[in-house]
Design a protein around this ligand. Structure first.
Ligand code: SAM
Length: 284
C-alpha cells in the first residue's frame, strides 16, 4: 500500500478539491483502517461491491483489485472526473453520479447477477455521516439480495446498531438491524485517520445479512410499529408508551398482554427481546 496521506493530498491539490462539509466529506488517510475495511469485507472475484460515497477513491482502488465488479455511487460530481481518471484502466469499474437514496439497488444487483459472473453482492463504504441512518435503513428495508454491509459510521450510532436487543445501549433501530442481520464491531477509528478530521470518533461495523429474519411475527409491519411506538417516549414504561400511543386499546388490554408473556407491567422497552416484541404484536 502506498502512502495514502501523500496520495490524498496530491489528488486534492491536482484537482483543486476542498472537502465539502455539507456532503460529509472526510477522506480516509489511514492505511491500517483501509486494509481492515477491505479485509473484513471478504471480497472475491465472484462479488459485486457497491461502494457508497467513494470520494477520491481511496477504498475503491483496493476494492477494484479484489472484486469481480465495483459500482460506485457518488453524489458530488467533482469526484466523478477524478474517479474516471484514476480508474480508467479497470474494466470492472462503474460509477453512478447520484444520491444513493434515489438509486434502485435491487434492480442493479439483479442485473449484475443475471449476467452470470457475479454470485454475491456486498456493500462497502465510509459513509457520509449526515445520512447514516437513512442509508442503513434503505439497505436493510428494501430487502436487497445482499451478503453483507461493511461500513464506517459514527461510533455512537455504530454501538446502537450492533447492540443486542434486551441489553444496554439499544433503541428502536437496534431491533431493525437485529431482525435483518447478525452484526459485528470491527475497529474503532480515531478522528485523525481522516482529513479533515470529523468531530466524532468513528467505528467500522459489519452487518451479515440473515438468510432468514431474526423472528417470524404474523406481521412484520405491525411488529415494527409496536417497536417504534415503544421507544418514542424515553424513560416511560412499555405499558405507558404503548397505551399513550394507542397501540394498546387501553391499560387493561396492555396489562393482560404483558401478563400472557410473563412480563412485569413496569418493564421498560429496552428490556425486551425482539422475540417478545414479535409476541406482543401477534397478540394485538
Ligand atoms: N470513501 C471516501 C474515503 O473513505 O475517503 C470518502 C468518504 S466521505 C466520508 C463520504 C462520501 O460520500 C463523500 O465523497 C460524499 O461526497 C459522498 N456522499 C455524500 N452524500 C451522498 C449521497 N447522498 N449519495 C452518494 N454519495 C454521497
Amino acid at each position: 500500500m502506498g502512502n495514502i496521506l501523500e496520495e490524498t493530498k496530491f489528488i486534492m491539490k491536482k484537482y483543486n478539491i476542498k472537502a465539502n462539509k455539507k456532503l460529509g466529506q472526510n477522506f480516509l488517510i489511514s492505511e491500517e483502517v483501509v486494509k481492515t475495511i477491505v479485509n473484513s469485507s471478504e471480497i472475491s472475484k465472484e462479488d459485486l461491491v457497491i461502494e457508497i460515497g467513494p470520494g477520491l477513491g481511496t477504498l475503491t482502488k483496493y476494492l477494484l483489485e479484489q472484486a469481480g465488479k465495483v459500482i460506485c455511487i457518488e453524489l458530488d460530481n467533482k469526484m466523478i472526473n477524478i474517479l474516471k481518471d484514476r480508474f480508467a484502466v479497470y474494466d470492472n469499474f462503474e460509477i453512478i453520479n447520484e444520491d444513493v437514496l434515489k438509486v434502485d439497488l435491487k434492480n442493479m444487483i439483479k442485473i449484475q447477477k443475471e449476467q452470470g459472473k457475479i454470485k454475491k453482492a456486498k456493500i462497502v463504504a465510509n459513509l457520509p455521516y449526515y445520512i447514516t441512518t437513512p442509508i442503513i435503513m434503505k439497505l436493510l428495508e428494501e430487502e436487497l439480495e445482499l451478503e453483507s454491509i461493511t461500513v464506517m459510521i459514527q461510533k455512537e450510532v455504530a454501538d446502537r446498531l450492533i447492540a443486542i436487543p434486551g441489553e444496554k445501549n439499544t433503541g428502536a433501530i437496534t431491533y431493525s438491524v437485529y431482525y435483518y442481520a447478525i452484526s459485528e464491531g470491527i475497529i474503532e477509528v480515531p478522528n485523525n485517520s481522516f482529513i479533515p478530521e470529523p468531530e466524532v470518533t468513528s467505528k467500522v461495523i459489519k452487518l451479515n445479512i440473515r438468510k432468514e429474519p431474526g423472528v417470524d411475527p404474523k406481521s412484520k409491519e405491525k411488529m415494527f410499529e409496536v417497536i417504534k411506538n415503544a421507544f418514542m417516549q424515553k424513560r416511560k414504561t412499555l405499558l405507558n408508551s404503548l397505551t399513550n400511543n394507542k397501540i394498546f386499546e387501553n391499560k387493561q388490554q396492555g396489562t393482560e398482554i404483558l401478563k400472557t408473556l410473563g412480563l412485569n407491567e413496569n418493564v421498560r422497552p429496552e428490556e425486551l427481546t425482539l422475540e417478545q416484541f414479535a409476541k406482543i404484536s401477534d397478540n394485538l
